[in-house]
Design a protein around this ligand. Structure first.
Ligand SMILES: [Zn+2]
Length: 237
């Protein structure tokens, strides 16, 4: 080993040390919850927290900027560069850690569809991350995903009959979402085809999803870290 720490791309959806997630005072009524003052509420009616500060300092890899996760997941953007994820005739490219096969991290059941919080990726950043991200270097799986549907939302649920909010994942079409401060959208992935990122039939030198007209790709790189995404099964309830 060289002893030189590897620098890895910082996912665009990661939160930075100069940022914090702020949930304003929550007001509860029978119709749902709302925030005092300005709200981050979008066309789908979901209420989101606010992100204060600037993307500077050190990346907090274990935490995700909920507003950017939403943008990337909804728009099928690369979670690292926030440009378009790579598409092929077989679908959109996804890069996931390889499950350990334990109860907390079971092998994926593609026959039944898999729910994920991870947005997709572009081929350039998939290869980059697979080679530099410690968790992905331990094992990763890449797929073309033929069908992906927004099916659920994770967040902080404020039960109408209890004092304390709880973490919960809820189907998007559930009326319970009106009691939720959302933190991440969930997609169900189906019709997947495994892909080898080193397949010689793939472009040898793909363009980064966020490449500028001059060829430059804005990219922040920092020392290695843990994964920002949970590896637990996402059961909607
Ligand atoms: Zn990308």
């Amino acid at each position: 080993m060289s002893g030189v720490s590897r620098l890895e791309p910082v996912p665009a959806v990661a939160l930075w040390s100069d940022q914090s997630i702020h949930i304003p005072t929550v007001c509860l009524d029978p119709a749902g919850i709302h925030h005092q003052g300005p709200e981050n509420r979008f066309e789908d009616g979901l209420l989101w927290p606010q992100v204060a500060g600037t993307p500077t300092g050190a990346p907090r890899y274990a935490e995700v900027n909920p507003l950017l996760q939403r943008v990337a997941m909804e728009g099928l953007l690369c979670q690292i560069g926030m440009g378009p994820a790579t598409r092929s005739p077989k679908g959109v490219l996804w890069l996931l850690h390889q499950p350990e096969g334990t109860r907390d991290d079971p092998v994926r059941d593609w026959a039944g569809g898999e729910n994920v919080l991870d947005p997709p990726v572009c081929l350039f950043h998939a290869r980059d991350a697979a080679g530099t991200c410690p968790e992905l270097r331990r094992g990763h799986e890449a797929f073309w995903v033929g069908d992906s549907e927004l099916v659920g939302v994770a967040g902080l649920y404020y039960p109408p009959d209890q004092a304390q909010p709880v973490d919960r994942t809820i189907p998007l079409d559930s009326p319970e979402t009106r009691f939720l401060v959302a933190t991440a959208l969930i997609r169900e992935l189906r019709n997947v085809s495994p892909v080898d990122l080193a397949d010689p039939l793939l472009p040898v030198d793909p363009v980064p999803c966020n490449a500028q007209p001059d060829g430059a790709a804005p990219m922040k790189r920092c020392p290695a870290r843990p994964s920002p995404f949970t590896s637990s099964p996402l059961d909607l309830n």
